[in-house]
Design a binder for this molecule. Structure first.
Ligand SMILES: C[S@@+](CC[C@H](N)C(=O)[O-])C[C@H]1O[C@@H](n2cnc3c(N)ncnc32)[C@H](O)[C@@H]1O
Length: 155
């Protein structure tokens, strides 16, 4: 009985609540883009989605770790060498990377609206010079030139 209730919450109520919370950021994002008027973003579904998601994630992204940390934290503790961090968002997991065993991290994050928060996290975690933001989608990495041997992306 308890498991069934928990399943209903995890697989039904939680996703609906999550979608509701995300949708609640649409009106304020539209208002933000009206002053000053940024029609190019308002009428571009992909540009609008990026700024909307970044605003939503900056509030709810950090809290989501509380539930997922027990499964993800042990995995992160095992990473070493050169790391490919796909879709880091605002970098909420950066504090858990084992700094002493990592030589380089490439954070492939196409949404530039996350980059200010991500850079702040890189600085706060002492990962400057180690963590490099790669501003493309993972599917575009090869087309953008890939990750060079010297540690630089060739764009
Ligand atoms: C749900 S967020 C998760 C952020 C972060 N990994 C976390 O757990 O806090 C998904 C992230 O993946 C990024 N993303 C979406 N499409 C991507 C792609 N094609 N390549 C790389 N990242 C992508 C989004 O911009 C967003 O930052």
């Amino acid at each position: 009985m308890f498991e069934k209730t928990r399943d209903i919450f995890t697989h039904l109520i939680h996703p609906i609540l999550f979608m509701y919370l995300a949708a609640s950021y649409i009106p304020s994002t539209i208002l933000l883009l009206l002053s000053p008027l940024q029609l190019n973003i308002l009428f571009s579904p992909s540009a609008f989605k990026e700024i909307w998601f970044a605003r939503f994630w900056s509030t709810y992204g950090p809290g989501l770790q509380i539930n997922t940390s027990p499964t993800i934290a042990p995995l992160l503790q095992r990473v070493h060498g050169i790391v490919l961090d796909i879709g880091p968002g605002s970098g909420e997991w950066l504090p858990l990377f084992p700094k002493n065993r990592i030589t380089k991290i490439y954070g492939v994050e196409p949404n530039r609206d996350h980059h200010v928060a991500l850079r702040r996290k890189i600085r706060d975690c002492g990962l400057e010079g180690v963590y490099e933001i790669v501003p493309v989608g993972i599917e575009d990495l090869a087309r953008a030139g890939g990750l060079g041997r010297g540690g630089w992306i060739v764009l």
